[in-house]
Design a protein around this ligand. Sequence first.
Ligand SMILES: CC(C)(COP(=O)(O)OP(=O)(O)OC[C@H]1O[C@@H](n2cnc3c(N)ncnc32)[C@H](O)[C@@H]1OP(=O)(O)O)[C@@H](O)C(=O)NCCC(=O)NCCS
Length: 195
Amino acid sequence: MIVFSLPLRDSAQLRPLETWHAEEFAAHLDRAREHIRPFVGPAFVTDDLDGARATLRWYGERQAADGQRLYGIWLHDLLVGGVMFVDFTPATGVCEIGCWLEPAAEGQGLITASCRTLLDWAFGTRGMHRAEWHCRADNNRSSAVAERLGMTLEGVRRAAWPYDGTRYDKQVWAILAAEWQTGKRVKTLASAVDS
Ligand SMILES: CC(C)(COP(=O)(O)OP(=O)(O)OC[C@H]1O[C@@H](n2cnc3c(N)ncnc32)[C@H](O)[C@@H]1OP(=O)(O)O)[C@@H](O)C(=O)NCCC(=O)NCCS
């Protein structure tokens, strides 16, 4: 029986991704590594089981200190990606969300649904005020998620993302707690009108 698991939709679940998943996470990275490498922090893209375990440990330690957190997405019981609080600072009420998927799991809305869960928890349960989203300016799939979540593009940090000898612009998106709650009320009203 899986105890800590949140259904995203049929056959997809969001669960805490923890140190005991190291082998599963390493196998998933073998399927995802080259796809995500240009767009995520280099420390996240490890090459072996020890590296995968170190990432999970790092997040576990931060979670214990009420900081960063990591969640995996399982589709048909296969770990296919995840979402995280890249930053989580209750003292300032500011957090940042990040995400990744292996290629076969793209295009199904799994990330958008997972991020909605994280935003509900950050704003509704934890009383955070602001959630950010940082992505390479040419990462259209990532900025599409931020837009779908109702975030605002606040600015571009020019040449802030060095990768493979080139410096890319970095977009900063964000949503505030009040905007999130209003967006949810509008959606609830719209579905009440539709039904
Ligand atoms: C960024 C990334 C996670 C986005 O993945 P994604 O699959 O496009 O995002 P979602 O899971 O939210 O799915 C959205 C897609 O599913 C479709 N979809 C299907 N059902 C949906 C639903 N119920 N709700 C929302 N979207 C749905 C959407 O139309 C969209 O497809 P489209 O882009 O073809 O229009 C992925 O491209 C990735 O891992 N890239 C490499 C790593 C990376 O860039 N990480 C982010 C760093 S900032």
